[in-house]
Write a protein that binds this ligand. Structure first.
Ligand SMILES: [Zn+2]
Length: 347
């Protein structure tokens, strides 16, 4: 089968001069269980292995498509950053490496910033999503990524929308030396801007989230999510082992381990990510709705209002309160709201 589709079919097509198919890799090998997966199945399954559930790395655009309503989003142009500020060269020129990455990924830089709506029957609304693309020089953070995060924060404040950052990065971009390390501070400022505006800042840590990225904006989320099995940490496991001369525990620096030890809030499988993000942003942006309940102040004023207000609607409220309270003991906000409204008639 494999041989037929990969080799014979394209050859035949070439002979008859039919339209040439894109030479895509039709089969992928799962890096975890080694099973072969058909490309289309993999895309349909959001790049999660259907055999073992391994979450493979996923390109920034595919990630955005997966999160927004009907896969529709709009990207913004990111500010231009100085190219190769240190004129750095190792085996290759840094400038050439960037060009290669641009050709390979079709992206300008390692960060893509988009906005659009993310909603379902439970709620949701406009969000700004910034995604690091691991395929672009390991998703490393240089000046351009720092600028991009500031632009994303600015957009989030301008639109009064939550900012969601999805990471997938090896850390700071060493070819930009100290300038890349400075982006740790700049990205932190970006996060602060969003928080100062009272907007939610959520981080989804993909595989891997390490180095300077884990030591800055990735760990500052109001809610920190991670994908199953994602490698999250600052220094590499071997470096730590050699430094402390101790064997590290099983599963160290993996999302599940970090969740168990309180470093992150939850590990969310990719299929549930969109739904979970809608729920979290919904909960964090809801105060406006519940503020209706605030005006009726404690018991003192309740007496006055009970006299002043027509009796009939108040009784209705009480009737509603009695009905609503028992079945929803878990939902604390709802019971609080109903309870407050229920006070006047009783007093
Ligand atoms: Zn697998």
């Amino acid at each position: 089968m494999n041989w037929l589709t990969n080799f014979v079919k394209p050859k035949l097509r070439e002979l008859v001069g039919g339209k040439r198919e894109v030479p895509e890799n039709l089969w992928h090998k799962c890096t975890s269980c080694g099973q072969m997966i058909f490309h289309r199945d993999l895309v349909k399954n959001l790049h999660v292995c259907q055999h073992c559930g391994h979450h493979m790395r996923i390109a920034a655009r595919a990630r955005l498509k997966m999160l927004f309503d009907e896969g529709a989003y709009e990207t913004i142009e990111l500010p231009k950053a100085p190219a190769d500020p240190l004129k750095f060269k190792d085996l290759k020129r840094y400038g050439d490496r960037v060009k290669e990455a641009q050709t390979k990924t079709g992206e300008e830089e390692a960060l893509v910033v988009a906005h659009g709506t993310m909603s379902d029957e439970t709620g949701g609304g406009t969000v700004v999503v910034a995604v690091l693309n691991f395929d672009f020089l390991g998703g490393s953070m240089g000046i351009a990524v720092g600028e991009g995060l500031l632009a994303a924060a600015g957009l989030s404040v301008e639109k009064s929308a939550p900012l969601i950052v999805v990471t997938g990065s090896g850390g700071a971009r060493m070819q930009e030396g100290i300038l890349s390390l400075m982006q740790m501070a700049r990205s932190t400022i970006a996060v602060e801007q969003v928080k100062e505006a009272g907007l939610p800042y959520i981080v989804v840590m993909g595989d891997p989230t390490t180095g300077g990225v884990s030591a800055s904006f990735a760990m500052l989320g109001d809610v920190a999510l991670a994908e199953p099995g994602a490698l999250i940490g600052f220094a590499g496991q071997r470096v730590i082992e050699q430094t402390i001369r101790e064997k590290l525990p099983e599963g160290f620096q993996r999302a599940e381990y970090l969740e168990e030890h309180g470093m992150i809030d939850m590990v969310v499988p990719r299929h549930q990510l969109r739904e979970r993000l809608i729920r979290i942003t919904g909960l964090l942006t809801r105060p406006a709705a519940s503020s209706d309940v605030v005006p009726p102040e404690p018991v003192d004023e309740a007496d006055d209002s009970a006299e002043a207000v027509d009796a009939a609607p108040v009784i209705e409220l009480e009737a509603e309160a009695v009905e609503v309270l028992p079945p929803e003991p878990d939902d604390t906000t709802d019971t609080a709201e109903v309870g407050d409204e229920g006070v006047p008639p009783r007093a």
